[in-house]
Write a protein that binds this ligand. Structure first.
Ligand SMILES: Nc1ncnc2c1ncn2[C@@H]1O[C@H](COP(=O)(O)OP(=O)(O)OP(=O)(O)O)[C@@H](O)[C@H]1O
Length: 322
């Protein structure tokens, strides 16, 4: 089921500068030479440990940060070359859902007003039409229409996330970048909202770039997944193919540790080999495989040269020599 490519990262590296002044400036490579794409009606899930660069990929996809190298293309065009009106249209079509719903919603605005605001901005239609559209969006997001009059403090976490979803849908987007949208919700609410995401994907022909720490969530929602390790995309492929035949030792570790890390709905500390000595000591390797120090299958070549992405099976890529 290969849809049309919507958004593509092509050889993207993003470096952040930390500190100011000539001597104190330090560069952090948040993501390194990433190539991936999202397709119409499809979910690309991104999984990886803390600090592996998932959010940075989301921000690049949304045009919130610019690549230091490489480019981000939307419908085949480099977003940095968009004229102002084209960039506004791209922003309409690519929306985001974040974990922090409280920070996203204005505490002084009712749910209905928050949605109406977006509708008026993007569609500029008459008041009655907007009210009907708002009610429809609340229903689409799985909310009762009387939520229209509720303020954020009167809503549960799940309801707030659904209001954010309705608000994002108000622009009739093609792609939603979802960055840990379920992380602050309890497990039963997570399941219900995941079902809503799935239903909406079909009814609205939505594409998702779905970022999560939780392998169960990623497996449920994704068609393809990308595995991030220390800023690098170490594996990319169809979800069940990656779960049944993981090609990278780090992916195998994540899958084997699944009950341990994610058991009981509560996330524990990452396994030792996920954190790694380079991360623990704050040092970053400049060459070789980023997983070298922890890899049970490493060879001498892995220390000297970073492995290229190689094809394991249909659309299944892995960055490993073994
Ligand atoms: N604005 C920034 N300025 C400087 N460094 C940053 C900035 N944003 C992210 N980083 C660094 O880039 C790296 C990747 O961060 P990013 O937030 O993309 O990872 P992540 O996988 O989303 O992590 P988490 O799951 O913990 O949110 C980290 O080392 C982080 O400290």
């Amino acid at each position: 089921m290969k849809g049309k490519t919507l958004l593509e990262l092509r050889g993207v590296t993003k470096e952040y500068c930390i500190g100011s002044g000539f001597l104190s400036t330090r560069r952090v490579t948040a993501v390194k030479n990433i190539s991936l794409d999202t397709r119409t009606g499809e979910t690309l899930g991104l999984i990886g440990g803390s600090g592996s660069g998932k959010t940075t990929i989301g921000k690049l996809a949304l045009g919130l940060v610019k690549p230091s190298q490489g480019m981000v293309l939307y419908k085949g065009r480099n977003i940095e070359e968009f004229k102002a009106a084209e960039f506004t249209e791209y922003r309409r079509q690519v929306q985001c859902i974040f974990q922090d719903v409280t920070g996203t919603l204005n505490p002084l605005m009712t749910a209905g007003s928050a949605i109406k605001e977006v509708l008026s901005f993007h569609h500029g239609k008459g008041a009655e039409d907007i009210k009907q559209k708002t009610a429809r969006l609340l229903n689409l997001a799985g909310l009762r229409t009387d939520i229209f009059y509720a303020y954020p403090h009167e809503l549960s976490g799940g309801e707030k996330q659904r209001v954010c979803l309705a608000r994002s849908l108000a622009t009739e987007p093609a792609l939603l970048v979802c960055d840990e949208p379920l992380a602050s919700l309890d497990i039963s609410v997570q399941t219900q909202i995941l079902q809503t995401f799935r239903r909406l994907q079909v009814s609205q022909n939505l594409s998702y770039l779905f970022i999560s720490h939780d392998l169960r969530v990623i497996r449920y929602i994704s068609h393809r997944i990308g595995v991030m390790y220390k800023g690098e995309l170490v594996e990319l492929g169809p979800v069940e193919e990656v779960f049944s035949h993981p090609g990278h030792p780090y992916t195998r570790l994540l899958i084997s540790a699944m009950p341990r890390i994610f058991g009981g709905g509560k996330q524990e500390a990452a396994p030792e080999s996920e954190r790694g000595p380079a991360e623990a000591s704050g040092k970053q390797k400049s060459h070789g495989c980023p997983y070298y120090d922890w890899c049970p299958e490493r060879a001498e070549i892995c220390r000297r040269n970073a492995p290229p992405l190689r094809l394991l099976g249909p659309e299944h890529w892995v960055k490993c020599y073994m």
